[in-house]
Design a protein around this ligand. Sequence first.
Ligand code: HEM
Length: 439
Amino acid sequence: MRLSTPAAGFDVDLDTVDLFDPWLYAGGDPHPIWAVMRRRAPVHRQELADGRHFWSVTRYHDSSEVLRDHQRFTSERGTLLCTLGHGDPAGGKMVTATDPPRHTELREPLNRALSMRAVNQHRPRLQQIARQILLPLLRDEPWDLAADLAAFPMMFTGMLMGIPDLDWPALTRLTTMAIAPDDPEFQEGNSRISLVTAHHGMFEYFSEQVFQRSRREPGPDLIDHLMTLTAGGRRMTHDEVVYNCYSLLLGANVTTPHAVAGLVLGFIEHPQEYRKLKQDPTLIGSAVEEGLRWASPANHFMRYAREDVELAGVRVPAGDALAVWIGSANRDSEVFEDPYRFDVARGGKRHLAFGFGPHTCVGAPLARISLRLILAEILELVEEFQLVGEIEHLCSNFIAGVKHMPVTATLRPGAADRLAGLVEAGPVLTGGGSAGGRA
Ligand code: HEM
């Protein structure tokens, strides 16, 4: 999805706008449309050709209200537009599709396992991963940074979850299929078949993992943690473990790479911001937050109104779905001064890139640490990036992503030696052991 600045005076007939259409995000540009919506129709009803409908919420404060208030806006009937009108079989079982109080019971042990403190213990390994993913910079040829970065989160989530590394590439592809079933590059058959194949593949994989692990002593990884933790006074059921493994993997895989790609693109389009960061690396944390706001990789999340509600003066009837457009909320000038300015010193965690309220991303500490580490590596290694080809955007209304971004880089003095040293040291990563499942 383009990270653009709307032209002054841009206008559009909102009755012709289709925010559901994944192709809008692959080839078009929702930012000018969102700007008009925030101004004229911040809670806007859209009807699809098949009669289903939903409300688009585009302002920051309305968005945080919907995400925060689980009493009035439920997650249990599905949180992604691809489930609109169909319900969600994971409702009440998967953390992301469950309301409090059960949500709190499922989430609390995950919070502990993925806290900043817990994740910090893996920092040396995460740092190696961040370096390893940047190795292609050594080659004196264009590097498709966005395509290669797709493997980045799988390397750290795979490691934390104890998923054998042989299975990482297939799982990475399945997660992308699940969120971009309309994208020809990830499609198998048609979009419906792709979605079913992706879900089936991942559920079967994790089911097998759980089955195999149930026959041995539990280890310290996240899957074993899910299998042994007590949530609300009882162990999770087989289905609950499988759904939550899926949720963790999807949550990490489909978002993190696009935050990195968004940041690097920000540096290419605003070289003064990269220079500012090189001069003052203490801005890394702030730059990561700005990258998250700028890229807003999770583009929307959905809720259903439990009762008639009024939002921005609009009455939304009970039972209707509302899509919160995070990319729009993060450009709201009510909250972000000069919102279309990419500013590595802006800092602050006010953005909604990780959501808001009870479902705020449970992987945020892991994402933040990983992003800071990779940015620190980039700063050490790269003097300047150059874009050397066409950027291709993901065809998805859920993930605002870049799938191809060919770049070259001018390396900083000593960077080549540093990277070469890593090559000589050999591969640093394994997910541990042989493939226990069938991805
Ligand atoms: C840049 C990276 C990431 C972004 C932008 C992101 C974004 C989000 C957002 C917006 C939500 C809120 C969903 C809602 O309100 O319904 C969320 C929830 C979630 N995320 Fe992330 N995420 C990222 C990384 C991760 C990672 C690394 C993991 C796993 C380790 C993860 C796992 C989850 C899970 C399990 C939830 C559901 C939490 C709940 O319902 O309580 N995410 N994420």
